[in-house]
Design a protein around this ligand. Structure first.
Ligand code: GDR
Length: 343
């Protein structure tokens, strides 16, 4: 049997890099698509040692002609749409760009599949952010969406297009509703990586303290490397269906911080309340973490906790990485790779 070909959008991001690595190990030919501006940002692929094994194509999710050109050029079996404007906070400042790329980007690919080769399978990176101001305590595939940001609205739009193209044209199109998934490959603007990198810089004397927003939002945090395998598994099922991928546990940002300082064996205490709340290093009385209002969002998602029963049953999966283990993975790699010259 000839090699399968997979196309990944957002190849330079956290999930793109892990998924590319996974698919290459499965002997796929991997076409990696990204924006021209992301081209010099392949440090994840370099760290995995796979940059030379990927065929790169420039493909903006806003440009239908580029999408058509790339999809027609190769004999593609599976497309993984991981590309997006994926930072929730930015979506409030760039709602139209976010709607176009994160929402309509998926539609452009789906429509190209429909009109050029309806046999191509399609994976959409849906998001737990779609649940927003949650309508059920444990969110599963049937929980109604209640989005709170332009990003979440755009993701919900893409999610419904996937379902619509599956129902209308019988495409093999699936959405993985992934809850937050972190790793040493997380972008530095996301809260977990901001914390692990910030603490590492503080230890090296390269940063004074970390400024954060809402410490009390709760997230269901899993390990990205583990989650990308589920994307592939969803695409190997007989029937195209959507799945929630989550750990089923929810922790606040503050708990994540506490787990990090515990792992680093720092002696700390929380003092103050509200915007004056701070984490102090009791050894030298220096402030490690303080609040800056600019990191609060106009509308916050306060609580997420995913119910992954369906994935457990159909994909024969259960989460292997709890918060403590995740913190260890992230902190260890942060410390091992930290070099002020790289930053
Ligand atoms: P999220 O991830 O919005 O959940 O979306 P992020 O890490 O940005 O925020 C998580 C929570 O932390 C709070 N927070 C801060 N967040 C950031 N980024 N920076 C801060 O300084 C800060 N202080 C507090 C936020 O308010 C929020 O409640 C991620 C993205 O990867 C999406 O693309 C993806 O779809 C979802 O996860 C699942």
């Amino acid at each position: 049997m000839s090699k399968k070909t997979a196309l990944i959008t957002g190849i330079s991001g956290q999930d793109g890099a892990y998924l590319a690595d996974f698919l290459l190990k499965k002997k796929y030919k991997v076409i990696g698509c990204d924006r021209r501006s992301a081209r010099n940002n392949n440090w994840r692929l370099i760290r995995l040692g796979i940059q030379d094994k990927i065929i790169f194509e420039e493909m903006e999710l806003g440009e239908i002609l580029q999408i058509q050109r790339v999809i027609k050029k190769y004999k593609i079996s599976e497309i993984y749409n991981l590309g997006a404007q994926s930072f929730v906070a930015t979506s409030f400042n760039s709602p139209i760009y976010t709607a176009d790329i994160t929402g309509l980007g998926a539609l452009r690919i789906l429509d190209t599949i429909r009109t050029t080769n309806p046999k191509v399978k399609f994976y959409q990176a849906s998001s737990s952010e779609m649940y927003g101001d949650v309508l059920e305590n444990n969110q599963n595939e049937k929980t109604p969406f209640n989005p709170r940001s332009p990003y979440a609205i755009a993701k919900a739009c893409a999610h419904y297009f996937v379902k619509n193209y599956r129902d209308s044209y019988n495409l093999f199109a699936v959405s993985g509703i992934l809850f937050n998934h972190e790793s040493p490959f997380r972008g530095e603007e996301f809260v977990t990586r901001k914390i692990t990198l910030g603490l590492t810089k503080i230890i090296h004397g390269d940063q004074d303290c970390i400024e954060l927003g809402n410490l009390y939002a709760k997230r269901d945090w899993g390990y990205a490397k583990e989650y990308v395998e589920l994307m592939w598994k969803m695409m190997q099922q007989k029937k195209a269906e959507d799945y929630v991928i989550s750990t089923g546990k929810s922790y606040s940002i503050k708990s994540f911080i506490n787990e990090c300082v515990k792992y680093l064996k720092l002696k700390t205490k929380w003092v103050g309340k509200g915007v004056n709340e701070k984490l102090v290093n009791t050894k030298n009385n220096k402030i490690l973490i303080k609040i800056n209002k600019k990191f609060f969002r106009p509308a916050e998602v306060n609580f997420l906790k995913g119910d992954h029963k369906k994935a457990k049953k159909h994909l024969n999966w259960k989460p292997k990485t709890n918060l403590k283990k995740l913190v260890k993975i992230m902190m260890d790699e942060e410390i091992a790779y930290y070099s002020p010259l790289n930053k």
